[in-house]
Design a protein around this ligand. Structure first.
Ligand SMILES: *[C@@H]1O[C@H](CO)[C@@H](O)[C@H](O)[C@H]1NC(C)=O
Ligand SMILES: *[C@@H]1O[C@H](CO)[C@@H](O)[C@H](O)[C@H]1NC(C)=O
Ligand SMILES: *[C@@H]1O[C@H](CO)[C@@H](O)[C@H](O)[C@H]1NC(C)=O
Ligand SMILES: *[C@@H]1O[C@H](CO)[C@@H](O)[C@H](O)[C@H]1NC(C)=O
Ligand SMILES: *[C@@H]1O[C@H](CO)[C@@H](O)[C@H](O)[C@H]1NC(C)=O
Length: 570
């Protein structure tokens, strides 16, 4: 029995799109279903042909094209104090490593909901942090605002007290967070000229700090050295030869301090902006096996103050431009450091704390989800979003801790599948992964266009004869309905009985792209009265029906029984 529950229709009304859910009567036979769908589409075709682009997506489930890490999703907690301001706006509140309220119930629930969430502790001020432990002879005071010429980034050195470090580790243990800690790489160095820092890294304070951490049994998954000091640097930079030596030094320290420990943490570096020569050289000068993870930062939307952020986020060419960074980095690793893997150590879209009323709204999801898709396709193992909380780009609201719209993403597994499409519009962006923790395949479909409607058929070449693939992947407007009929037999596992797919359509509340409320399948998402993250319920559609996606929306489409050998579980 093949029940056809309901189908989502999109009505076009003077350019506005109104979503209607039409509950159709259950149709008890596949033939009946075909006929109803055919008639429905035919009527749509007649009245709305101008606004619709039909197309096919071919998802290659034969083998993965790339793979992310087991725990891909990561978010950062930064060091910025409450008086860090950009463009006359102070967006950080009390959200830093040293002052975030760890007892806030929503904070723990949010981290647990993404379990396991990776958290990276780091950011611009990490290279000015002093750890109040061991044989420290210098004073340990909180960050203080200073004239830009005196303090790096306009702040003095800051202090991490060990009682705070204890609290943080207790919190990470309770919430199951997997932690990367960014160490101060400038300690012992001196400013030589024009933000170039010279001299060897003084590891003593870091040594005492890591020793304390190990002695307490705190599990730090990865130790990172330095923040944005590579290449031309941001506030400061360090020559690549010296950086290599400093890393060798840190590796030696980790080897000594973790000698009796079963767990060996990763060494992560350099956490800067990718520059080919510098990154190539770093792997060469540090040498085989020193760096476990090569990290890079991405801020491809420009400054947070830019009035054209919305246009940039919705510009497919701008979104795609980061691909050259990912592909060059892959080449760097292949050629010079096959022992490393790549992480995006920090990415916030717009820099200087993000864009007000942009980075914390639905709009930002187009940038974020698209970038997760691109990063995955280039074998990025971890992607750290700036920030979990703090600035304008936090996943959680700094004052209320309510999740901002981009928070939702729990469906895509680690294996990335190739997906090709006959749609010429660059505004339709699709990514496919094996589903997370279950069989089948999940698609991420992003529609950046405000004009074109797409009606999509998903095809599986595993169950298509290769000549048919070749024929049908080309745009054949007139034979759309023929293709549609053929497609029916190509989706899902051959001979499988129940063939529904699950759909999660995300839109902003009231159609306002700058809304802070995300709407899932027509229902605004809100925390429950107990402060829990709401459950994300899909709508079910017949696997054989085409996918409809409204303008300026994002959809996750889960095919529970898509025949994909790449996703076979052992
Ligand atoms: C929390 O700490 C306890 C005691 O050290 C340890 O057994 C447990 O594995 C830790 N849990 C996590 C998630 O790190
Ligand atoms: C990537 O590599 C190409 C070829 O070496 C170079 O022309 C280009 O500038 C690089 N792009 C980035 C972003 O590194
Ligand atoms: C947090 O939520 C409040 C109340 O909804 C809102 O006014 C504020 O702009 C939000 N802050 C951020 C950083 O999203
Ligand atoms: C649609 O997007 C284009 C740019 O892609 C923009 O110029 C135009 O103003 C937008 N139209 C509406 C109604 O938002
Ligand atoms: C994309 O959005 C446009 C309008 O912005 C809409 O007409 C089209 O149906 C959408 N396509 C998809 C696949 O969502």
């Amino acid at each position: 029995m093949d029940y056809y529950n309901n189908i989502m229709l999109y009505y076009f009304n003077f350019g506005l799109v109104v979503l209607a859910l039409v509950a159709a009567a259950a149709i008890a036979s596949v033939m009946g279903f075909h006929l109803a769908l055919f008639l429905f589409l035919a009527s749509l075709q007649v009245t709305l042909s101008q606004d619709i682009e039909h197309g096919s997506l071919l998802v290659n489930g034969a083998r993965p094209k790339a793979e992310t890490g087991d725990n891909f999703i990561c978010a950062t907690i930064d060091w910025w104090p409450h008086d860090k301001c950009d463009y006359d706006h102070c967006s950080w509140g009390y959200s830093s490593v040293v002052n975030l309220d760890l007892s806030h119930p929503i904070l723990a629930k949010a981290i647990q909901a993404l379990k396991p969430l990776r958290i990276r502790l780091g950011g611009s001020l990490q290279d000015q942090v002093v750890y109040d432990v061991g044989s420290l002879k210098s004073p340990c005071h909180p960050f203080q605002k200073m004239p830009r010429q005196v303090g790096l980034f306009g702040f003095s050195k800051g202090c991490l007290h060990m009682n705070r470090w204890d609290e943080l580790n207790h919190f990470f243990n309770q919430t199951g967070a997997i932690v990367t800690f960014g160490l101060n790489a400038l300690r012992g160095k001196h400013l030589s000229s024009n933000h170039v820092w010279e001299g060897a890294w003084d590891p003593e304070n870091a040594y005492d700090f890591i020793k304390y951490t190990v002695s307490k049994g705190y599990k730090i998954d990865a130790w990172e050295l330095g923040n944005e000091l590579s290449g031309k640097g941001v506030g400061a930079c360090v020559g690549v030869a010296q950086y290599g030596k400093d890393l060798i030094n840190l590796k030696r320290i980790l080897d000594v301090l973790y000698e009796n420990s079963r767990f060996k943490p990763s060494l992560v570096a350099p956490g800067g902006f990718y520059e080919k020569e510098w990154y190539d050289k770093l792997l060469q000068v540090s040498g085989s096996g020193i760096i476990n993870v090569l990290t890079h930062h991405l801020y491809n939307l420009g400054p947070g103050s830019d009035g054209h952020l919305q246009g940039k986020i919705l510009d497919p060419n701008r979104l795609s431009r980061v691909e050259t960074i990912f592909s060059n980095l892959s080449e760097t690793i292949q050629k010079h450091g096959p022992w490393t893997t790549a992480w995006v150590g920090e990415a916030g879209g717009a820099f200087n704390s993000g864009g007000r009323d942009v980075s914390n709204t639905f709009l930002n999801s187009f940038w974020y989800l698209d970038q997760l898709g691109i990063a995955s396709a280039y074998n990025t193992k971890v992607y750290c979003r700036q920030t979990l909380i703090g600035g304008n780009y936090g996943l959680l609201n700094t004052s209320t801790l309510t999740p901002n719209p981009d928070y939702y993403r729990q469906l895509m597994g680690k294996k990335v599948l190739g997906v090709s499409s006959d749609i010429s519009s660059s505004f339709l962006r699709t990514y496919a992964h094996c589903s997370k923790d279950r069989a089948g395949v999940t698609l991420l479909v992003i529609n950046l266009s405000n004009q074109t409607h797409f009606i999509l058929n998903v095809k599986n070449p595993v169950t298509v004869k290769s000549n048919e693939v070749a024929k049908n992947i080309h745009k054949e407007k007139n034979s759309f309905f023929d293709n549609l009929k053929k497609t029916f037999s190509w989706i899902g596992t051959k001979g499988s009985e129940v063939t529904f797919r699950e759909e999660y359509h995300l839109t902003p509340k009231d159609g306002n792209l700058k809304s802070q409320t995300m709407v899932l399948n027509g229902i605004p998402l809100k925390l429950t009265n107990e402060g829990d993250i709401p459950t994300l319920d899909p709508v079910h559609n017949n696997v054989k029906s085409p996918i409809y996606i409204v303008p300026l929306s994002i959809a996750f489409i889960v095919y529970p029984n898509f025949d994909a050998p790449a996703c076979a579980r052992h």
